[in-house]
Design a protein around this ligand. Sequence first.
Ligand code: ZN
Length: 309
Amino acid sequence: MQYVIGVDLGGTKTAAGVVGADGSVLFMDQTPTRNRDGGEAILDATAALVASLRGRAAAEGIEVSAIGMGSAGVIDAAAGTVISATDAILGWSGTDIRTGLGARTGLQVSVVNDVHAHALGEAWLGAAAGTDSSLMVAFGTGVGGSFVVNGHPLLGHRFVGGHVGHFASPYAYHDGTALDCSCGHVGHVEAIASGPAIHASYLRFGGSAEVPDTRAVFDLARTGDATALKAIGTGAGAAGQAVGGMVNILDPEVVVVSGGLADAGELWWGAMERALRQELLAPLADVPVLRATLGNTAAIAGAASLVLN
Ligand SMILES: [Zn+2]
């Protein structure tokens, strides 16, 4: 059986594993992403992680043949380069991953954006396994997504496809003023529906400044706190409305919802799914809305699938 290494490079950590052609993930390890040190240092650390996994595999008689990588940022999947990245990873923009990691490891390298890798993993082995098309949307620190058709994510002409957090939401207003979005524009879905946005809503709605983060807002909501419930309901409603609109446009076989908020329990999920279904055109009424199942291994497996077969 063929084995490759799947890498999931995020803003704070880089995780990787040895993945078999049957989808088995044999070894996993992670290292901090050297997000203040620039592209070459990040490639050095990634190559060291790959070497360590390769060594463990070799000890079991397993040879790896290539590297598939999902990376934060806008990724030119054809060239294997980083078109742009936020300041969360300084110096990552402009990095030639394919050449740099290829030279360090002697292996063929394929790269795609990490959210697309995540969706590919769920489409291959997770909640969307066996489907012809799936829309995955992740609600966490940010909001991102990917539309996968027959095993291929829709990357877009300029590789920007999948930025599903950045279109107008009627929820993303306060006192008639559109909320600032991380992308530099205003009034977008991410500005009201991300995890941090729920904490920000709680504070805007008059919640206590002593409540430090989104997790604490959820804890408070479970005690019946009206302001916390309103903040979560607003974020979940915005999330569901946004996904419902996308389902009307794309008509995926299934919808997969992922990210920290999807794992936060019925409080968020129930409000999200109600708002989602409210948007749907009649023939879409029975579209399955599924929670992602693979967790941390989704992007590793999805990235590996780029270079398997
Ligand atoms: Zn935006």
